[in-house]
Design a protein around this ligand. Structure first.
Ligand SMILES: [Zn+2]
Ligand SMILES: [Zn+2]
Length: 148
């Protein structure tokens, strides 16, 4: 969803509520992660005394494959994000989101925010024992005779 912020920038006190789902099919750069359902966005963009703040919660389910035992699993995530949104800015500052022509690509921003929170290694559980490197037995389920 691309949101036009022109009115929001111009009128103090203006607010746009965000309650929608990001259609994953339309996103191309998922960095190898696979989502089981759309990302649910709930929040608002508000102009408070001329400062535009975006506050939202992103909830989604990731379909992953355990790095150690290769089992596939779904995991739910929910993250809160806050950004200050500006029309333009001098220099670089990661805290701010700069819009082009007053348009905010919310899908893109939400995806970037979410991906930054995800671990690079996905484990089915923190203490997953993985597969035996010799015989391939799933050591979470069975013991094997390879003697580690
Ligand atoms: Zn595992
Ligand atoms: Zn073994």
């Amino acid at each position: 969803m691309v949101i036009n912020l022109k009115q929001l920038y111009d009128i103090v006190g203006e607010k746009i509520a965000l309650n929608y789902e990001v259609d994953i099919q339309n996103l191309n750069d998922l960095k190898g992660y696979s989502f089981s359902r759309p990302i649910t966005i709930n929040g608002a963009i508000v102009n408070r005394a001329g400062v535009v703040t975006l506050d939202y919660t992103a909830a989604f389910t990731l379909h992953a494959c355990c790095d150690r035992c290769l089992i596939e699993f779904d995991r739910d995530y929910s993250f809160d994000f806050e950004h200050t949104v500006v029309r333009s800015m001098n220099g670089d500052n990661d805290e701010y989101v700069v819009t082009e022509s007053d348009k905010l690509d919310m899908d893109e921003l939400a995806l970037t925010d979410c991906l930054l929170q995800l671990p690079s290694k996905m484990l089915c559980r923190e203490d997953c024992l993985g597969l035996c490197p010799h015989c391939g037995t799933d050591l979470n389920e069975n013991e094997c005779d390879c003697n580690g």
